[in-house]
Ligand binder design. Structure first.
Ligand code: OXT
Ligand code: ADP
Ligand code: MG
Length: 583
């Protein structure tokens, strides 16, 4: 070939290459998420991921921009719990990443699938500590706080990185995953065709884990021998979305059951077998406890202590997807390792037609205690005191939820949390979202936002004034996206109570006390939402009903008697006591 014709061919090839469609790291990340059915991102923009958010929105994803990454992370965590898909939180490097990390650890602790995706600095600079903009070895920092952590260095590996993150978040015991995307990755280019081929649609990311027939038989043998069986439903059971299978098993067993806070409503709280109002009695008197998606951790006082009756007085049956959970606190007579749907379905089938329900003596004892406690509480819930106490205010909200069972209740605080848990009945699965395993204050607004976004249901967030303060700025986010969220701030001027005084006489207030008579309602008004102050249960009821009917962002400043609460709500016993008497 002549030199002339070689040049012509080379030119032609270049033209073809130029005409070939290209893609880059930005688009591959978005395509990988969409390919796996993930269409929502919670985050805060900034270098180097601002354009990633813009492009994701342009590609039809829902991109919700927050005021602080921790709340975006809490939104992603609860989105994972509600949808059984990993919730995505997108942050900038170092400080944004660290802000998101608390939520990632929270998701992991609660066994919820979430992926924290953070932009980062280049390895060449970070590893030699040359001092980059927001330089940090994020992968190393994330590793101990999540279930898995990955970094992608090449555009052609984005598909694999995302697939590994999704599978790690969802399979087995769900949890949080960190995905590190260095800035230069996002700009890397490859042909669109090769790019598309490099993506992975994850097949069966949370495979069924079917228990062995011997484990099922063992569990039924233990249950059959029990005279006073008790079932405890935890939030793992709510997460499993095996609602009908769980209900069928519980009803066939005939055993009383209690629900951990976020499992309330899995079966309706007015179910005849529900023993929540006889909690102490059933924990103490039962001779066999079956845990379904609940851990014997601090929330159940590790399955021991006087709350649980005489040592060795019970046998435990435990359903959990994680074999390491077995025997973590108490010997488990019948471990059932598998996914909850497979386990309860197999149990119900193996029980056959002739299953004998517990004796009427046990059931009657439990029902009688439930009735006594409910009768004792009922008059307190009717009070219309001004200023309100917890029972009066929550009595009003209890009625609202009863009339509007589709509403999702978000709840945090100390007294506000503990009273609401026992006073407000929940009637449907996954309708109560709260502080989770760690008792984290600050989950409120992120949780409320994701609950509204993911489900389209109205949301009622019942917040202690301290708890609300952790995420209060996100009311702007609620207004910006015009979400059907009604926030009720239980304003008692402080943490636990608003009555502490500084013993020195100095003008600094006591550490637990806030500005008296604050007007939280004005915060919502500042962003165009509705703000109301309620001083009586009747006021409160009216304002909440208006908010839920209108769907407009609303904040109700509910004035609560500052004397009404107790230190740390119902867990004051966990506070260490000083033995040194103060002068
Ligand atoms: O059977 P018995 O007799 O025992 O009675 C039980 C039931 O039978 C009965 N019951 C009923 N009776 C009648 N009718 C009905 N329907 C009924 N239902 C139940 O009621 C009782 C109680 O039942 P319950 O609730 O089921 O059982 P119990 O015994 O309470 O359960 C035990 C637990 C351990 C499972 C339960 O207590 C629980 O889930 N607790 C979780 C507690 C928790 O997580 N608390 C949050 C943390 S507190 C603290 O740490 C706070 N901080 C520090 C902080 C945190 N947390 N995070 C961060 C990031 N920074 C700092 C702070 C700053 S709280 C806090 C702020 C607090 O101030 P706020 O202003 O926000 O709030 P206020 O206190 O309102 O001012
Ligand atoms: P709670 O706080 O309500 O008691 P926990 O968070 O302590 O609940 O426990 C939830 C448990 O559920 C975890 O041990 C987790 O491994 C388990 N789990 C989560 N999803 C499933 C599932 N699909 N099948 C079986 N177990 C599950
Ligand atoms: Mg308070």
């Amino acid at each position: 070939m002549s030199t002339e014709s070689t040049a012509a061919v080379t030119e032609q090839v270049e033209v073809i290459q130029e005409e070939q469609e290209l893609t880059d790291g930005f688009h591959l990340v978005i395509d990988a998420l969409k390919l796996n059915g993930i269409n929502t991102i919670y985050g805060v923009p900034g270098i180097p991921i601002t354009d990633l958010g813009r492009m994701a929105q342009a590609a039809g994803m829902r991109v919700l921009s927050f005021r602080h990454e921790q709340h975006a992370g809490n939104a992603a965590a609860i989105a994972g719990y509600l949808t059984k898909k990993p919730g995505i939180c997108l942050t900038v490097s170092a400080p944004g990443f660290l802000n998101g990390l608390t939520a990632l650890a929270h998701a992991t602790t609660n066994c919820w699938p979430m992926i924290l995706i953070s932009g980062s600095s280049e390895r060449e600079i970070v590893d030699l500590q040359k001092g980059d903009y927001e330089e940090m070895d994020q992968l190393a920092i994330a590793k101990p706080l999540c279930k898995a952590a990955y970094r992608v260095l090449h555009a052609e590996d984005i598909g694999i990185g995302m697939a590994r993150a999704i599978r790690a978040a969802l399979s087995g015991r769900p949890g949080g995953v960190y995905l590190d995307l260095p800035a230069s990755l996002l700009g890397q280019v490859m042909t669109a065709e090769e790019g598309a081929k490099s993506l992975i649609e994850v097949v069966d990311p949370a495979p069924a884990q079917v228990p062995g027939a011997d484990a099922i038989d063992r569990a039924l043998d233990v249950l059959k021998q029990a005279e006073r069986p008790l079932i405890i439903l935890g939030k793992g059971a709510a997460y499993a979305q095996a609602d009908e299978a769980i209900r069928a098993f519980v009803e066939k067993s005939g055993a009383p059951y209690i629900a951990m806070s976020m499992a309330k409503g899995l079966l309706p709280d007015d179910h005849p077998q529900y023993a929540g109002a006889a909690r102490s009695l059933v924990l103490k008197e039962s001779d066999c406890v079956m845990l379904i998606g609940a851990r014997l951790n601090w929330l159940l006082s590790h399955g021991k202590g006087k709350q649980w009756g005489a040592p060795g007085s019970k046998k435990f049956i435990h359903i959990d997807i994680d074999p390491k959970e077995m025997d973590s606190n108490q010997p488990i007579a019948a471990p059932l390792v598998g996914d909850i749907e497979s386990c309860v379905t197999a149990l119900t089938a193996a029980m056959g037609e002739s299953w004998v329900k517990p004796s009427s003596g046990w059931l009657d004892m439990v029902r009688a205690k439930v009735q006594t406690n409910m009768d004792r509480m009922a008059p307190k819930l009717q009070n219309n005191n001004v200023p309100m106490d917890y029972h009066g205010a929550l009595g009003a909200l209890r009625t609202v939820i009863k009339q509007r069972p589709e509403t999702i209740l978000v709840n945090e605080g100390a007294n506000t949390l503990d009273f609401a848990r026992s006073i407000i009945d929940i009637y449907r699965p996954r309708k109560r979202l709260d502080v989770g395993t760690w008792g984290v204050m600050g989950i409120g607004m992120g949780t409320a936002i994701a609950a509204a976004v993911e489900t389209g249901c109205p949301v009622l967030a019942v917040e202690g004034d301290s708890a609300f303060g952790f995420s209060g700025m996100e009311v702007e986010t609620i207004c910006r996206y015009n979400l059907p969220v009604c926030v009720v701030v239980f304003n008692n001027n402080g943490i636990y109570r608003g009555t502490d005084v500084n013993p020195t006489g100095h003008s600094d207030p006591a550490p637990t006390v806030f500005v008296e008579d604050s007007r939280y309602d004005l915060m919502m008004q500042a962003f165009g939402g509705v703000g109301v102050t309620a001083t009586s249960p009747d006021d409160l009821s009216r304002a909440v009903n208006d908010a839920l009917s209108s769907g407009r962002p609303t904040l109700i400043n509910a004035v609560i008697d500052p004397q009404a609460g107790t230190e740390s709500g119902r867990i004051g016993n966990l506070n260490p006591q000083s033995v040194v008497s103060k002068k």
